[in-house]
Design a protein around this ligand. Structure first.
Ligand code: NJP
Length: 229
């Protein structure tokens, strides 16, 4: 079996997750691709070299059993997990009277509990590999945005990154919080000028996870030039 490092990505079916998978595959990582859209994951896994190099695992990160099954599928296929990129998430229109209560519930469960579940499920495997946790926060998790419950979920992810880092500091596991500004992905309903490309974030993930083993890159914030908030 190959000894190449194994990167597991939630939210791998599009946007930042899919771009990171492509860049990491080109850099020699084996990939475990997770999201709910199995068809998209299967297509990406094929593109990245098939079962020896990339596997697709249908996962709803809000379900604990799915997270456990995801880590089991990763270790069954590749024997190890080196990096867990808890990236699945989505937004909501700003305004405390916008969106439905059901949308809010799904967003909070996905962005906060989902990320926490993925990390929790992965810890035993990461302890074995002296691995790495990468979390997708947001610049919206560093500023208070009027009417944004999404911003509140990313404040929670911001706190989660430090809570996890401090908890695991004696295990050799590294922790990175990525805080992107606006990135042109299906996160937005409409395209707009002046956003980052998802590959701009993928390069930052690769920067963090390819450091020498004694270097722990804890936070990276990336905005497109000209983004004010
Ligand atoms: O968006 P998109 P991004 N279980 O829509 C998955 C954050 N961020 O790449 O399940 C499992 O292309 C969904 O897949 P599917 C953002 O908050 C973005 O921009 O098949 N997976 C898809 O793969 C998020 O945390 C911007 O529908 C679930 C992925 O999540 C991360 O970046 C700025 C799921 C979303 O991909 C990636 O978003 C920023 C579930 N329950 C932070 N629910 C930005 N784009 O501007 C969703 O600061 N997914």
């Amino acid at each position: 079996m190959s000894d190449d490092p194994v990167l597991l990505i939630t939210g791998a079916s599009s946007g930042i997750g899919a771009s990171t998978a492509r860049r990491a595959a080109a850099a020699g990582h084996r990939l475990v691709l997770a999201a709910r859209s199995k068809d998209k994951l299967d297509e990406l896994a094929r593109e990245l070299g098939g079962p020896d190099r990339a596997i697709a695992v249908a996962t709803d990160v809000t379900e604990w059993d799915d997270n456990e099954a995801l880590i089991a599928a990763a270790t069954d296929a590749f024997g190890r997990v080196d990096v867990v990129f808890a990236n699945a998430g989505f937004g909501a229109t700003r305004g405390w009277l916008e969106e439905s209560p059901e949308h809010w519930r799904a967003m909070v469960l996905t962005n906060v509990l989902g990320a926490a579940y993925t990390v929790r499920a992965a810890i035993p495997a990461l302890k074995s590999s002296r691995g790495h946790v990468v979390l997708t926060g947001s610049v919206a998790g560093r500023r208070v945005l009027p009417g944004s419950l999404y911003s509140c979920t990313k404040w929670a992810v911001n706190a989660m990154a430090e809570a996890v880092r401090a908890d695991l500091v004696d295990t050799g596991i590294r922790t990175t919080l990525l805080s992107p500004g606006a990135v042109q992905t299906p996160f937005f309903d409409d395209p707009a000028e002046g956003r980052l490309d998802p590959d701009d974030i993928a390069r930052a993930v690769l920067y963090a996870i390819e450091q020498p083993p004694n270097v722990d890159v804890n936070e990276i914030a990336i905005r497109p030039v000209g983004q004010a908030v």
